[in-house]
Design a protein around this ligand. Sequence first.
Ligand code: NAP
Length: 341
Amino acid sequence: MKKKLNVAVIGATGMVGKELLAILHEQKFPIDTLSLFASKNSQGKKVPFGDIELAVDELNPSSFDKIDIAFFATSSETAKEYCAIASKKGILCIDKSSAHREDLSIPLIAWYANDEELNEVPACRIIAVPNCVAIPLTQVLKPLQQEYGLRKIIISTYQAVSGAGQTAVDTLQQQVRDLFNMREPKLGVFDQRIAFNAICSIPNKGDFDINGNSEEEAKVINETRRILKEPDLPMAATCVRVPIFNGHSMSCLIELQNDFELEAAKRVLANSDGLVVIDNPQRGIFPTPLDACGENKTLVGRIRKAPGMKNTLLLWACSDNLRTGAALNAVRIAEFLCDKL
Ligand SMILES: NC(=O)c1ccc[n+]([C@@H]2O[C@H](COP(=O)([O-])OP(=O)(O)OC[C@H]3O[C@@H](n4cnc5c(N)ncnc54)[C@H](OP(=O)(O)O)[C@@H]3O)[C@@H](O)[C@H]2O)c1
C-alpha cells in the first residue's frame, strides 16, 4: 500500500488545477490531507473533488506547513516565488508553469519521453513539467528517435483556448454568445477576436525572440531539444491559437536519419505506450482534438511519407492539453515518487 501524503494544489481554481484534482481523484492518489490554494479573489470558493466540494484558501508563505507534495498550476511568477519557499521546507514541488523549465539543475520530465531520468526525489525538491505541446510532441518523437534517429522537425500547431487559462475560455464563450446575438464582441484576453478566427502568436500579447519565434514556439523548440537530449536538433514551430475550447493538435514533418518502411514506422508509433494510432483516412478515420479530450494518450493519424523528401514522415497528432499535456504528467511524476518521500 502506498504511503498517504499531505497534498497541496496551488492554482486549484484554474483550468489545470481543476483537471489535476479530477485526476488525483480518478487515480485514487494516496492522499492524507488535501489543501487547495489560489489567489485572494478565490478565498472561500469551493471546487469539486469527486463527489464533494472543497474550500480554497488564499496562498501565503505559511500555506506549506505540514505539506509533503505541492502541485503548482499558476503563473510562472507565482510558481517561482512559492516553489522557492516550499522547496526550502523540503516539500516536493511539481511545477506546471514555465518558471523552472530552462534551469538545467531542475529535472524537466515528459512521461513516455524522458521519465527514465527520474529515479529519486531531486535534491532541489522541484520538478518542472514541460509545455502542453512539448509533451505530446516528444511522446511522438521519442520512439522514432530510438528506431531511426531524428534529423529535422517542422511543426504547426492548432492550440485550444483552454491552453491560455480560464479567462481565455470565458473570452471565447462570450464572443460566440455576442456574435450569435448580433452584438459586437469584446476582445477579452486576446488582442484580436478569437471566435471564428486564428491567431498566430501565443501568447497573443507576447514577445518575439531574435529569430522571430513567439514565446510558445521558443518554449516548444527548447524543451523538445532538452527532453530528447538533442540540443542542436534542427527544428521549426509555428504555434497558432484556434477557436476550439479544449484539445491541441499539430501537423508534424519529421525527417529521420535512416530510411523507413511506412508500415514499420506506423508499428513503431502504435507500440509506444504514450500513443494511440488512429489512421484510416480513406474511411474518414483520423484523430480530432475532440476525440483527444479526456484521453490519457496522444492520438496520431494521417501517417504518410512526404513525397520527394528523403526519409521524411508526415503525421497529425491530437492531445488533451489540460490532461496529457499538463495535469496527468504532473500526477504521474508524483505517483512515481510518492513512496520515496
Ligand atoms: N491550460 C493549459 O493547457 C496548460 C498546459 C500546460 C501548462 N499550463 C501552465 O499551467 C499554469 C496554469 O494554467 P491554467 O491554464 O490553469 O491558468 P488559469 O486557468 O488562469 O489558472 C490560474 C490559477 O492560478 C491562480 N492564481 C493566480 N494568481 C495567484 C496568486 N497570486 N497566488 C495563488 N494562485 C494564483 C488562479 O487563482 P484565481 O482563480 O484565484 O485567480 C488560478 O487558480 C500556467 O503557468 C500555464 O502556462 C497550462
